[in-house]
Design a protein around this ligand. Structure first.
Ligand code: ADP
Length: 277
């Protein structure tokens, strides 16, 4: 049965994000614990549409193994949208980095494999996450690692929808009518997720965002220039050849050269013994 606001009791605030608050809640009759994300819309139609988009993407992805499970979505009388999802009791990898320090290669190989399994499943469903970063990767006490926060995710197969809603012959439509972001063919949301995965692993290994020194505050213009015109960052000498090669395969400047999630799952860094797979 669908979960409603009346079924849930607030236990604690788990975090705040862009336009939303995430609570730890308890289901009054089943005693199950969930995370409840409330997206404050102030009755604004665009925010509400985005919130429902986030919810429908999460629903579509929920049978992916490394994605936080979706348990329902409801609307509050105020117009706020609430998404009920699996509660991850171990917090995010960003928190883990601040509280426990940098990750070992062994741990990162396991984390990379989990994120890749999640991304491979999402990409196979035409979903680009578009905000892969340590704060959006959650862990639980069973040692599971899952992808969360689909607030800016996108269903990439807009073409069919555009085609269906177009009155006329869609064969004559220009590429940007199908998907503005795909125009020119140089935007690939899936490859963008792989770049972000590379930076995420890099940060968890060295302890700070790759393009910045420890504790340095970002100057956005300089940072963007470094990302767009500089060489991709490379891991320090302490990293193994396999790890360096893995991160290099993620951080190819040309999105077309980047490995896909499915390809990376066969990389020796995450797949020590390919023969057994
Ligand atoms: P926003 O999209 O507003 O940034 P997030 O979905 O990233 O919100 O959630 C904000 C914070 O809430 C996260 O960084 C995390 O600490 C916490 N959080 C989110 N989802 C869960 C969850 N399923 N289980 C536990 N904590 C969560």
């Amino acid at each position: 049965d669908a979960i409603t606001a009346a079924d849930l009791e607030n236990l604690a605030v788990l975090g705040h994000g862009n336009g939303g608050t995430v609570y730890k809640v308890r289901h009054k009759t089943t005693s199950a614990t969930y995370a409840l994300k409330i997206i404050h819309s102030n009755a604004d139609a665009t925010t509400r549409r985005r919130a429902f988009a986030e919810s429908s993407i999460l629903r579509r992805a929920t049978d992916c193994p490394r994605v936080v499970r979706f348990h329902g979505c409801f609307e509050k009388p105020s117009g706020d949208v609430a998404i009920v999802m699996e509660y991850m009791d171990g917090g995010s990898l960003e928190t883990a980095l601040t509280t426990s320090g940098t990750f070992s290669e062994k741990r990162l190989a396991a984390v990379a494999r989990d994120i890749l399994e999640g991304l491979a499943c999402l990409h196979a469903r035409n979903i680009a996450h578009r905000d892969i970063k340590p704060a959006n990767i959650l862990v639980n006490s069973q040692g599971e690692v899952k992808i969360a926060d689909f607030g800016v995710s996108k269903l990439m197969c807009r073409a069919l929808e555009a085609c269906k809603s177009y009155v006329g012959t869609c064969a004559y439509m220009s590429p940007e009518r199908f998907d503005p972001e795909a125009s020119g063919g140089n935007y690939n949301g899936f490859a963008a997720d792989i770049w972000s995965l590379g930076l995420t692993l890099f940060e968890l290994y060295v302890g700070h965002f790759p393009f910045l020194e420890t504790g340095q505050r970002p100057d956005w213009a300089t940072l963007i220039c470094a990302i767009c015109y500089g060489d991709p960052p490379s891991l320090p000498e302490t990293a193994s050849a396999e790890f360096r090669s893995f991160v290099e395969s993620c951080l190819k400047k040309e999105s077309g050269d980047r490995w896909t999630a499915a390809q990376l799952l066969t990389h020796p860094f995450v797949c020590k013994d390919p023969e057994t797979h």
